[in-house]
Design a binder for this molecule. Structure first.
Ligand code: FAD
Ligand code: NAD
Length: 475
């Protein structure tokens, strides 16, 4: 059977499902194919983000942060509680409910927008045709699309020396699903996943050691933010070992032995579980036929230009499987932009204004460039910084850690980057993204009325500090 569509979307993660809905809104007859099944083998939509990524990790981060607060922060408010306990099975059931609700929501959105949803693996052929293959490898349908959007996302990288057994040595999906609190966890990689999932289990009592290959901690972040983050994580008990080269994992009498070398010395760490969090790679294996005209680079990413066009006419690609950060909102915005281009409009994304957030406590958020990047580019800039310790709302919340730093061009005052660590900075960064999208200056932010007492006043004061006129800061 051949079915013709205006648009065939492969992948129903935040890149693909959002693209499909936007195409349908624009009146295009759209089909979205996805092969994902949940841990019960049931078909599910929403990709990595909703099933085993952003949403379940944030559900666990929220549960464990409440637990941590009750144990460590509530006393300062005069609140005491006896017999505080975490029922991991309830926490996991809550996470599953949230995932189920949101993934089911995508089915409803597809129905409401008349997007055809097909379960199966999409394989792109020449001539804008796509085979849909079932779990047994049988072709169940061949579709043609005037346009094809590839949004296959990404999968965890596996270290050849430390293969997953999915019980003791796990990837992020396994680490989201522990049904008890492991006593000792070794995490390989102090990136976003290592820090977020390390925080989850550390807050519940696991001894967490993170082994990181690089000498620099959080190299992509602002250096002061990274330093403050490392200090706060250490206070929470996260043991982060930098410049460490892992060699392998073996089983010993007392558990697993994670071998690594640091400063020329060999070490062995005894742990009960190992989480490998060394990055993700594009899920492009088996996606493309040799003659379909779409090229992969040497790391398996789909090659696209700045408009997400592949080398093949009318075949587009978005999200984790193409260049740029592996972030859900970046995938979705690329999906929308491509849908609008197909629909005859002008899709827009400013890749310099894609915010990053790390949902640890304190949270970390940034947008735009770091001081190091600007120095390398020879750009002259001024900075303004304001600590949450001097912010009334943060003090009232008992969350006085961290700061907001704004970097503005020395000559034009245009904001070039904003870097934050502190309470709810995942929400505060939005204002700065908007300001940067509108090419705003620190003066613009400084002249905007911010409600009192709010955390956003720290952003306001940081903007004032660029011109050395912060009100609530000495020096
Ligand atoms: P995906 O979400 O990976 O979706 C791709 C879909 O396509 C999948 O369902 C896959 O099964 C399907 N597929 C692949 N190939 C085929 C094929 N040939 N045929 C049919 N279907 C196919 N990002 C954030 O912005 N914020 C966060 O807080 C955050 N937290 C994360 C936490 C974890 C633990 C992880 C692992 C990731 C997190 N991310 C976060 C990253 C985020 O999940 C990804 O950037 C995002 O999901 C990418 O969206 P996508 O649509 O490109 O791909
Ligand atoms: P990452 O790139 O953030 O971090 C991987 C870390 O592992 C790096 O610090 C790297 O130096 C280190 N590493 C690599 N090989 C190593 C080795 N052999 N030994 C020791 N360390 C090694 O990758 P991740 O944490 O796996 O996350 C993957 C992607 O998922 C992220 O890049 C991000 O785009 C996305 N993500 C985003 C969020 C968020 O937005 N809050 C949360 C989770 C994941």
């Amino acid at each position: 059977m051949t079915d013709s569509f205006d648009v065939v979307v492969i992948g129903a993660g935040p890149g693909g499902y959002v693209a499909a809905i936007r195409c349908a809104q624009l009146g295009l007859n759209t089909v979205c194919i996805d092969a994902l099944v949940d841990d019960q083998g049931k078909e599910t939509l929403g990709g990595t983000c909703l099933n085993v990524g952003c949403i379940p990790s944030k559900a666990l981060l929220e549960s464990t942060e409440q637990f941590h607060r009750l144990n460590h922060q509530f006393a300062a408010h005069g609140i005491s509680a006896d017999n505080v306990a975490m029922d991991v099975s309830v926490m996991q059931a809550r996470k599953k409910d949230i995932v189920k609700g949101l993934t089911g929501g995508i089915s409803q959105l597809f129905k409401a927008n008349k997007v055809t949803s097909i379960h199966g693996f999409g394989h792109v052929l020449s001539g804008n045709r796509v085979n849909v293959v079932d779990r047994d490898g049988q072709v169940i349908q061949t579709l043609t699309g005037q346009n094809i959007i590839l949004a296959p996302g990404s999968v965890p990288v596996e270290l050849p020396s430390i293969p997953y057994d999915h019980e003791f040595v796990v990837d992020s999906t396994g680490a989201l699903a522990f049904n008890h609190v492991p006593k000792r966890i070794g995490i390989i990689g102090a990136g976003v996943i290592g820090l977020e999932l390390g925080s989850v289990w550390n807050r519940l009592g696991s001894e967490v050691t993170i082994v990181e290959a690089m000498d620099d901690f959080l190299g992509a972040a602002d250096h002061q933010v990274a330093r403050e983050a490392k200090r706060q994580y250490a206070k929470q008990g996260l043991d982060i070992r930098l410049g460490a080269t892992v060699s392998g994992v073996s089983s010993g009498a007392g558990g697993l032995q994670l071998g690594y070398a640091q400063k020329g010395e060999d070490h062995s760490l005894e742990v009960d579980r190992v989480i490998v969090a060394v990055g993700r790679k594009p899920a492009t294996s088996g996606l493309l036929s040799e003659d379909c005209g779409v090229a992969l680079d040497d790391r398996g990413f789909i090659e696209v230009d700045e408009l997400c066009r592949t080398g093949a006419p009318n075949i587009w690609a978005v999200g984790d499987a193409v260049r740029g950060p592996m972030l859900a909102h970046k995938s979705s915005e690329e999906g929308v932009a491509v849908a609008e281009r197909i629909g005859g409009g002008a899709g827009h994304i400013d890749f310099n204004c894609v915010p990053w957030v790390i949902y640890t406590s304190p949270e970390i958020a940034w947008v735009g460039q770091t001081e190091n990047q600007l120095k390398e580019e020879g750009v002259e800039y001024r900075t303004g910084q304001f600590p949450f310790a001097a912010n009334g709302r943060a003090r009232a919340m008992e969350e006085p850690h961290g700061f907001v730093k704004i970097i503005a061009d020395k000559h034009t005052d245009r904001i070039l980057g904003v870097h934050m660590i502190g309470p709810h900075v995942s929400e505060l960064i939005g204002e700065c993204v908007v300001t940067m999208e509108f090419h705003g200056s620190s003066e613009d932010l400084a002249r905007i009325v911010h409600a009192h007492p709010t955390l956003s006043e720290a952003t306001h004061e940081a903007a004032l500090a660029v011109d050395k006129r912060a009100i609530h800061k000495v020096g």
